[in-house]
Design a protein. Structure first.
Length: 156
Protein backbone atom coordinates (compact mmCIF):
# COMPACT_ATOMS: atom_id res chain seq x y z
CA UNK A 1 0.00 0.00 0.00
CA UNK A 2 1.45 3.37 -0.96
CA UNK A 3 0.78 6.66 0.81
CA UNK A 4 2.12 9.89 -0.68
CA UNK A 5 2.33 13.01 1.47
CA UNK A 6 4.00 16.37 1.04
CA UNK A 7 5.32 16.50 4.58
CA UNK A 8 5.16 14.52 7.80
CA UNK A 9 2.37 16.73 9.19
CA UNK A 10 0.01 15.51 6.44
CA UNK A 11 -0.22 12.14 8.17
CA UNK A 12 -1.44 13.56 11.45
CA UNK A 13 -4.47 15.44 12.69
CA UNK A 14 -4.26 19.17 12.13
CA UNK A 15 -5.65 19.68 15.65
CA UNK A 16 -2.81 17.74 17.30
CA UNK A 17 0.24 19.99 17.66
CA UNK A 18 2.38 17.10 18.98
CA UNK A 19 1.57 14.99 15.91
CA UNK A 20 0.63 11.91 17.92
CA UNK A 21 -2.82 11.21 16.41
CA UNK A 22 -3.25 10.18 12.80
CA UNK A 23 -5.84 12.15 10.90
CA UNK A 24 -9.26 10.54 10.56
CA UNK A 25 -8.81 10.54 6.78
CA UNK A 26 -5.51 8.66 7.07
CA UNK A 27 -6.99 6.07 9.47
CA UNK A 28 -9.97 5.58 7.16
CA UNK A 29 -7.76 5.26 4.09
CA UNK A 30 -5.48 2.65 5.68
CA UNK A 31 -8.39 0.60 7.04
CA UNK A 32 -10.23 0.72 3.69
CA UNK A 33 -7.07 -0.45 1.88
CA UNK A 34 -6.70 -3.36 4.28
CA UNK A 35 -10.38 -4.28 3.92
CA UNK A 36 -10.04 -4.48 0.14
CA UNK A 37 -6.98 -6.71 0.37
CA UNK A 38 -7.86 -10.37 0.72
CA UNK A 39 -5.32 -11.12 3.44
CA UNK A 40 -4.53 -14.56 4.73
CA UNK A 41 -4.03 -15.05 8.46
CA UNK A 42 -0.28 -14.33 8.57
CA UNK A 43 0.03 -11.82 5.72
CA UNK A 44 0.98 -8.26 6.59
CA UNK A 45 1.43 -5.99 3.59
CA UNK A 46 4.08 -3.30 3.46
CA UNK A 47 3.01 0.29 3.95
CA UNK A 48 5.13 2.57 1.79
CA UNK A 49 5.13 6.26 2.68
CA UNK A 50 6.58 8.73 0.25
CA UNK A 51 7.19 12.25 1.48
CA UNK A 52 8.44 15.28 -0.41
CA UNK A 53 10.28 16.43 2.73
CA UNK A 54 12.48 14.43 5.13
CA UNK A 55 10.68 12.59 7.94
CA UNK A 56 11.82 10.93 11.13
CA UNK A 57 11.13 7.39 9.91
CA UNK A 58 11.29 5.46 13.19
CA UNK A 59 9.26 8.04 15.07
CA UNK A 60 6.53 8.22 12.42
CA UNK A 61 6.33 4.41 12.13
CA UNK A 62 5.96 4.07 15.91
CA UNK A 63 3.32 6.83 16.01
CA UNK A 64 1.31 5.03 13.33
CA UNK A 65 1.49 1.77 15.29
CA UNK A 66 0.61 3.49 18.58
CA UNK A 67 -2.37 5.16 16.96
CA UNK A 68 -3.77 1.83 15.80
CA UNK A 69 -3.10 0.33 19.26
CA UNK A 70 -5.31 3.09 20.69
CA UNK A 71 -7.95 2.33 18.06
CA UNK A 72 -7.90 -1.33 19.10
CA UNK A 73 -8.43 -0.30 22.73
CA UNK A 74 -11.50 1.70 21.66
CA UNK A 75 -12.83 -1.31 19.73
CA UNK A 76 -12.23 -3.56 22.76
CA UNK A 77 -14.18 -1.19 25.02
CA UNK A 78 -17.00 -1.07 22.48
CA UNK A 79 -17.05 -4.88 22.24
CA UNK A 80 -17.24 -5.17 26.03
CA UNK A 81 -20.21 -2.79 26.11
CA UNK A 82 -21.92 -4.76 23.34
CA UNK A 83 -21.39 -8.07 25.15
CA UNK A 84 -22.91 -6.62 28.32
CA UNK A 85 -25.86 -5.25 26.34
CA UNK A 86 -26.35 -8.61 24.60
CA UNK A 87 -26.24 -10.47 27.92
CA UNK A 88 -28.81 -8.11 29.46
CA UNK A 89 -31.10 -8.45 26.44
CA UNK A 90 -30.77 -12.23 26.52
CA UNK A 91 -31.61 -12.43 30.22
CA UNK A 92 -34.51 -10.01 29.77
CA UNK A 93 -35.83 -11.98 26.79
CA UNK A 94 -35.66 -15.31 28.61
CA UNK A 95 -37.42 -13.89 31.68
CA UNK A 96 -40.20 -12.31 29.60
CA UNK A 97 -40.68 -15.48 27.54
CA UNK A 98 -40.79 -17.55 30.74
CA UNK A 99 -43.49 -15.28 32.16
CA UNK A 100 -45.38 -15.54 28.87
CA UNK A 101 -45.24 -19.35 28.96
CA UNK A 102 -46.53 -19.47 32.55
CA UNK A 103 -49.32 -16.95 31.89
CA UNK A 104 -50.39 -18.41 28.56
CA UNK A 105 -50.86 -21.85 30.09
CA UNK A 106 -53.50 -20.47 32.48
CA UNK A 107 -55.29 -17.91 30.33
CA UNK A 108 -56.02 -17.10 26.72
CA UNK A 109 -55.75 -13.34 26.90
CA UNK A 110 -54.63 -11.48 23.77
CA UNK A 111 -52.69 -8.99 25.88
CA UNK A 112 -50.40 -11.78 27.02
CA UNK A 113 -49.17 -12.15 23.41
CA UNK A 114 -47.43 -8.79 23.83
CA UNK A 115 -45.03 -10.52 26.24
CA UNK A 116 -44.18 -13.02 23.52
CA UNK A 117 -43.41 -10.26 21.06
CA UNK A 118 -41.29 -8.29 23.56
CA UNK A 119 -39.38 -11.43 24.57
CA UNK A 120 -38.60 -12.47 21.02
CA UNK A 121 -37.56 -8.94 20.04
CA UNK A 122 -35.07 -8.92 22.93
CA UNK A 123 -33.69 -12.31 21.86
CA UNK A 124 -33.44 -11.16 18.24
CA UNK A 125 -31.61 -7.97 19.24
CA UNK A 126 -29.15 -10.02 21.31
CA UNK A 127 -28.53 -12.28 18.31
CA UNK A 128 -28.06 -9.26 16.03
CA UNK A 129 -25.47 -7.78 18.39
CA UNK A 130 -23.51 -11.02 18.71
CA UNK A 131 -23.63 -12.14 15.09
CA UNK A 132 -23.45 -8.88 13.16
CA UNK A 133 -22.20 -5.92 15.18
CA UNK A 134 -19.52 -7.79 17.11
CA UNK A 135 -18.28 -9.59 13.98
CA UNK A 136 -17.90 -6.28 12.16
CA UNK A 137 -15.86 -4.86 15.02
CA UNK A 138 -13.77 -8.03 15.27
CA UNK A 139 -12.93 -7.78 11.56
CA UNK A 140 -11.97 -4.12 11.99
CA UNK A 141 -9.78 -5.07 14.96
CA UNK A 142 -8.15 -7.79 12.87
CA UNK A 143 -7.28 -5.25 10.15
CA UNK A 144 -5.86 -2.82 12.72
CA UNK A 145 -3.68 -5.61 14.12
CA UNK A 146 -2.39 -6.18 10.60
CA UNK A 147 -1.42 -2.48 10.39
CA UNK A 148 0.47 -2.72 13.68
CA UNK A 149 2.48 -5.70 12.43
CA UNK A 150 3.06 -4.36 8.92
CA UNK A 151 6.44 -3.22 7.77
CA UNK A 152 6.47 0.53 7.16
CA UNK A 153 8.92 1.70 4.49
CA UNK A 154 9.74 5.28 3.59
CA UNK A 155 10.48 6.07 -0.03
CA UNK A 156 12.60 8.98 -1.09
Amino acid sequence: MKIKVHEQADLFSEYDPDQEMLSEDMIGYIIRCYQHMKLRAKECPVIQIQSDTPVNEEEVAEKIRNNFRREIEVVNRTLNKLFIKAACLGIFGVIILSIWIVLSANAENVNIEILSIVGWVAIWEMTNILLIECQTLQHSKWNMNKVIHSKIDFLK
